[in-house]
Structure formats: C-alpha cells, structure tokens
Design a protein around this ligand. Structure first.
Ligand code: S3P
Length: 172
C-alpha cells in the first residue's frame, strides 16, 4: 500500500457513525497531512447544512454536488479525506477513487454506529421513526460496495486514537 500511496489522497468511506471524521482527522495529524471532510466542504461551498440541502434540493442534487466536491478534493494532493456515507455508492466516484486515491473502509457494527450517530443530529437519512432499521438496511445494501475499498479497518467502540493508529499501520 505504501507504494500505491505515492502522494495519493487517503479516502475514508463507510457508514454514518463509523468515525470517518474523527478517526480521519486524527490519522491526518499522525501522518502530517491536511484533513478535509466532504460534508463540511459541501456545506462551505453551498453555505447550507447537509440537512438543508436535502430539504431544499433533494438527495439527487446533494449527490451530484457531493461527487463534484470529492472529484475536486482528490485532485488537491496528498491529504486525508473523510467522505459522507453515500459518496462511495456513486460508480463514477468509485472509479475516480480507484484511479487516484487509496480508499479505506471504516467498518463498524450496528451498535457502534447507532451509539455514534446519536451524538450528532442533522443526518437526513436517519430522520425516520426507526433509525436502527434504516441503518441496518444501509448496512445490507452498502457493505458489499464498501468492501471494494483498498483496505478495511474495523472501527470498534475504542478511542479514535486507537483506530487511527490501526489505520496508519494498515497503510504499511
Ligand atoms: C449520508 C451520510 C452523511 C451525509 C448525508 C448522507 C449517507 O455523512 O453525507 O447525511 O448517505 O450515508 P456521514 O457519513 O459523514 O454522516
């Protein structure tokens, strides 16, 4: 993987609550790389929150903005990029990342995901009356796709420093 890395960005994929942002930020510090989160970048360029974007323009519009933002971020040199949970479902984005990045799936179990998403509101997909069921369905649908990433790191309910260290070790 070190060879494959060669200046490429490291892109974290995985479900909401897997820790892409917290673990990614920490891993970037350890690797002395800049860190960027695609949701935060989308919010910057649109000056709206992800929830507001979903509300005002709908999910397809959000997805196309997301794909464009990620395409730009991967061109900007070595860095750690945390992506929104749905980004890797886009076939074009997957192709781009497989050409230009090293992808890491941060994989977590349902309890860990649900515990973590409870800490931050504003995820439109989990507004349903049974968010656990929604998350379970997303796991079934998305895990076979996330599995295409270059590496998989299991994100347990441990400190982000521990997971970040495992992630950095996995790059060797
Ligand atoms: C989404 C995940 C969110 C955000 C949006 C949709 C998804 O990002 O992009 O709410 O489809 O899984 P996080 O994975 O950072 O929560």
């Amino acid at each position: 993987i070190r060879e494959r890395l060669a200046g490429r960005p490291i892109v974290l994929v995985g479900l909401m609550g897997a820790g892409k942002t917290t673990v990614g930020r920490r891993a970037a510090t350890v690797l002395s790389l800049p860190f960027v989160d695609s949701d935060a970048e989308i919010e910057n360029v649109s000056t709206m929150s992800v929830a507001e974007l979903f509300e005002a323009y709908g999910e397809p519009e959000f997805r196309s903005l997301e794909a464009r933002v990620i395409a730009r971020l991967v061109q900007e040199g070595p860095r750690v990029i945390a992506t929104g949970g749905g980004a890797y479902m886009n076939a074009e984005t997957r192709q781009l990342l497989s050409d230009k990045a090293v992808t890491i799936w941060l994989k977590a179990d349902l309890d860990t995901l649900m515990e973590r998403v409870a800490r931050r509101a504003g995820r439109p997909l989990l507004k349903a009356s049974d968010p656990r069921k929604v998350m379970h369905e997303l796991m079934e649908k998305r895990y076979p796709i996330y599995a295409k990433a270059n590496l998989t790191v299991t994100s347990r309910a441990a400190k982000r420093e521990v997971i970040a260290a495992e992630l950095v070790a996995a790059l060797d």
